[in-house]
Design a protein around this ligand. Sequence first.
Ligand code: SAM
Ligand code: DTB
Ligand code: SF4
Length: 322
Amino acid sequence: MSTSQTAPATAVPVEDALALLETPLLDLVHRAATVHREHHDPRRIQCSQLLSIKTGGCPEDCGYCSQSGHSKSPVAREALMDTEAVLADARQAKASGADRFCMGAAWRGVKDGEDFDRVIEMVKGVKQLGLESCVTLGMLEPHQAERLAEAGLDFYNHNLDTGRSHYDKVVTTHSYDDRLRTLHAVRQAGVSVCSGGILGLGEDRTARAELLAELASLDPAPESVPINTLVPIEGTPMSERQNVDWTELVRVVAAARILMPRADIRLSAGRRELHDAAQAMCFMAGANSIFVGEKLLTTPNPEPGSDAALLGRLGLVPAGRE
Ligand code: SAM
Ligand code: DTB
Ligand code: SF4
């Protein structure tokens, strides 16, 4: 196992990622499982718990999102939560076995001022509880990333979501390069990068390959890569998008594992609709992280009891329970 955290010296070509996605499924899974075992303890599952600290009314038009002000989703708009209420939730997350607490705000980006000051206090509070901290606040300027780093933030989540060629069919109020600029600011500040995507936005395999190649070509590659499957939200432009076959999800997880051997690959939104055997195949293919807890941001997650039972049956151990 290499100890270097550096990314490949040269960018990963889209064709290479596509060739992986088109490999016969069980060959692909076998290869990914081998890479996984070279770089990770295959029994360990990193468990993050999410909380939406500022919900709804977002000025951006991301077509999948329940929180976009452009959509007719039934999600109510709420102001930034009180710090104590957030920390109470974080305490409960720790007690239930989560090892990382992730706070999400439906902002286009961070604005300096009272709300950002409060988020800084939340990050410090989460750290004091002995949890890893993650926030996702939209676009960031370099000085804001530095403030988060000084507060002790471990991860910043900012997804590329899909391939560059498909991005303008999903979002028009910001660009792919805006996303990359924020990721650069996060990296420069010394905060670990969490960036991944969503399957089921009407993209084809080439767009999935583009996303994987783009992530794997970041220098260095993200430490954490969430792979979401669209949770269709009533009232959004993508309320009735394609159904993604579970084998396609396994392919993307496996290709991500092969292209980003050291990253944590998180089986993220959409697990509720995924049967146990498909989840097991994703873990086999190198997924080693999940969101736990009853809720994601605005939609339900699998029941904590059923998740614990599944991990138990598979002989997998949450990182917070080691
Ligand atoms: N506003 C911030 C941003 O866009 O980075 C943070 C919150 S946003 C809700 C975080 C991520 O959640 C999105 O980038 C997207 O990948 C994922 N997401 C949001 N809604 C989703 C849905 N309906 N289904 C699957 N993933 C979703
Ligand atoms: C990520 O990739 N998935 C999480 C987290 N990062 C912020 C969010 C999933 C949201 C699913 C839809 C919802 O609950 O609103
Ligand atoms: Fe949703 Fe984030 Fe897009 Fe806002 S920027 S609409 S919260 S995904």
